[in-house]
Design a protein around this ligand. Sequence first.
Ligand code: UD1
Ligand code: UDP
Length: 381
Amino acid sequence: MRKGLSLIKSLFFFGTRPEAIKLAPLVREFRKRPKIFDVRVCVSAQHREMLDQVLSFFGIVPEFDLDIMRPNQSLYDILGRSLHGVRDVLRSFHPDYLIVQGDTTTTFTGALAAFYEKVGVIHVEAGLRSFDKYSPFPEEMNRVLTTRLTDLHFAPTEKARQNLLEESVPEDRIFVVGNTGIDALFLCLRKLSRKSPGDFEALKPVDFSKKIILVTGHRRESFGKPFENICQALKQIARVDDVEIVYPVHLNPNVRKPVYEILKGVSNVHLIEPLDYPSFVWMMNRSHLIVTDSGGVQEEAPSLGKPVLVMRDVTERVEGIEAGTAKMVGTSKNRIVRETLGLLRDEAAYNRMARAVNPYGDGTACERIRKILRGRLLPGK
Ligand code: UD1
Ligand code: UDP
């Protein structure tokens, strides 16, 4: 990384909805200091609609858009297109460093291309590990490989820092700052404080006098039988009278097929399009309970005091489990039904989980990252 310049040339690179949500507040934070940071944003657009929803909410117009998304794309498609595209942007902008976030294939290709171009890599949300190569797939290996290519690691929690230390990452290159997703969440909540159900078109059919179960799911390792199990479980849970299931269905065709085949038309189930970020946050806040396999949702829900049942066999977000606000329930139909109905009926168990604890951050991660980077890259300024 070059030092001593008056302006730090920073290139953000991301491609999917969660990366955008977690990097948008950092882009905004850097842009508040134009005399220090020369900021450009490049999106792979590994997601298209779901990315654009986030960009529009945060008012970010990328300087570079690789527009790589194709229907039902393979990992090879994403990797090839993203790697070539970001190479060209690195060669034209010559940043001092590239900032990537999380564990998607866009994240990994950004870090790899930056390495090939001898540009420094900054990794936000570094150090998460499930310790299972194939779960989540391919995210666990994307994280491990991104770590190897990274120069400065911004870890959300102490546990993440420990994971990096155990992989021999030098201590002075790791900074525990919290998760920038919590910064995004707080920012969004401030804007939402006076909204009601009528403000959200997609939620108009939902009966908010009932207990709302909010569902999301998209993990590649759950495609096929596990997803069918999940849908069958939801179908059974929907028989409970005072419950409404609200399920914004991910645009991945491997998710949509089983979900619509099994759940379309089932009473008490609302299959809707992916919600824009503020609508989803509002919905989380209004829900009784969240059933998900999402990484980001596992981090957000504890801040809102919402119990989360995690439809996975392993998680890298163990802090929420240890804090008692999240519980792993796997992908077997019977277990999902049993755990969900248990929480609906057992008030004491529900109350034990519904505590607003926030193991993932306090909403100041972006400011901390900005200050640390300024100190490292422009010493004395
Ligand atoms: C990707 C990431 C995953 C992340 C998730 C967040 C990889 C390999 N996967 O998984 O780590 O947790 O995003 O949601 O990096 N699609 C659209 N429009 C969109 C988005 C997706 O139509 O806006 C459809 C397309 O057909 C696309 C497919 O979904 O080909 C799959 O998208 P992809 O990014 O490959 O996988 P995700 O499951 O979204
Ligand atoms: N989210 C959203 N709309 C939705 C569902 C989720 O804006 O309909 C947000 C959610 O608040 C979280 C992020 O998307 O910040 C999680 O994305 P996803 O579950 O797709 O990916 P993961 O976090 O598992 O990588």
